[in-house]
Design a protein around this ligand. Structure first.
Ligand code: SAM
Length: 292
């Protein structure tokens, strides 16, 4: 049995033999630490009862650990140059399928129906390409799939935004958009030195699981999302300032804003970062009632 793919010496050997050159534009930073990979699989609690979707297998460092623990693994890789490499490195793992493609364009429900048997829980586990962390998370959260969990590595600063609570500098529309539907927890952090090439940032493993019910009930999700995003456009300014920029500055609009804010007991002088998700939901509903 050869060494793990992720040992520095085997990774270097694979990359050299295939003449592989990293593409920075695809977020290619490969993990070269088997202990960290084993900890990621443990954080995701992957077992033979699970089918796993991996985004961006690279040369298969994480895929190998997933294949050993899971029932089936389906890995989506955008870079066609990695397909022959993966065919070689994953040959000992027949429960693994690699599909070439862009995860953001992938129809995950169809892929799952095609590749998995429907008898196993479905988990997502990935060391994400950092340039599209947020779009990928939104794609996964919005997909019509009941993932048992999503366990992904991302830039530490993004993990801080995902888990942020009100009254902190990291709290914003991303925290609210994700926490409304998901429970989010940081499992552990990883130094940039665990990757080749080393990225400019440290990383964190985050686990997301869908809540049985959203953190706050929202009648009109699109209006809620617009309110939240608009409220944080100028973070340092007051809610009033952001709301008048969003809805308009006419006397009629201002009167409606005043009515809505009073109805939910939010002072116009507050800042968006002081409001909980429940308060945003209540405000969204009050604005709707006031005719905005
Ligand atoms: N899983 C490997 C590891 O842990 O060493 C590689 C992780 S690397 C951070 C991100 C991987 O995602 C790269 O292999 C890259 O080519 C791939 N990737 C980038 N954009 C992608 C996309 N839109 N869809 C699928 N894979 C993508």
């Amino acid at each position: 049995m050869p060494d793990h793919i992720a040992t520095p010496s085997r990774t270097n050997d694979i990359l050299r033999r295939h003449g592989f050159r990293f593409k920075k534009s695809l977020g290619q930073n490969f993990l070269t630490n088997p202990k960290i990979l084993s900890n990621i699989v443990a954080a995701a609690a992957v077992s033979a009862a699970d089918d796993v979707i991996e985004i961006g297998p690279g040369i298969g460092a994480l895929t190998e650990f997933l294949a050993t623990a899971a029932h089936q693994v389906l890995a989506l890789e955008i870079d066609p140059r990695l397909l022959p490499v993966l065919a070689e490195t994953l040959a000992p793992y027949p429960n693994t399928t690699v599909v070439e493609g862009d995860v953001l364009k992938a129809d995950l429900a169809t892929l799952i129906a095609t590749h998995f048997d429907g008898q196993h829980a479905i988990k997502v586990v990935a060391n994400l390409p950092y340039y599209i962390t947020t779009p990928i998370l939104m794609h996964l959260i919005d997909a019509p799939i009941d993932f048992a969990s999503i366990t992904v590595m991302m830039q530490k600063e993004v993990a801080a935004r995902l888990t942020a609570q009100p009254n902190s500098k990291d709290y914003g529309s991303l925290s609210i958009g994700v926490q409304q539907h998901m429970d989010v927890a940081v499992a552990f952090t990883v130094s940039r030195t665990a990757f080749v090439p080393a990225p400019n940032v440290d990383s964190a493993i985050v686990t997301l699981t869908r809540r049985a019910t959203p953190r706050a009930a929202v009648v009109d999700q699109a209006a809620f999302d617009r309110l939240v995003r608009g409220s944080f456009v100028a973070r340092r300014k007051t809610l009033w300032n952001n709301l008048t920029s969003l809805y308009g500055k006419s006397d009629d609009t201002k009167a409606k804003l005043t009515t809505a804010l009073a109805a939910v007991e939010i002072a116009p002088s507050q800042r968006a970062e002081q409001l909980s998700i429940a308060q945003f939901a209540a405000l969204s509903e009050a604005l709707r009632t006031a005719g905005l």
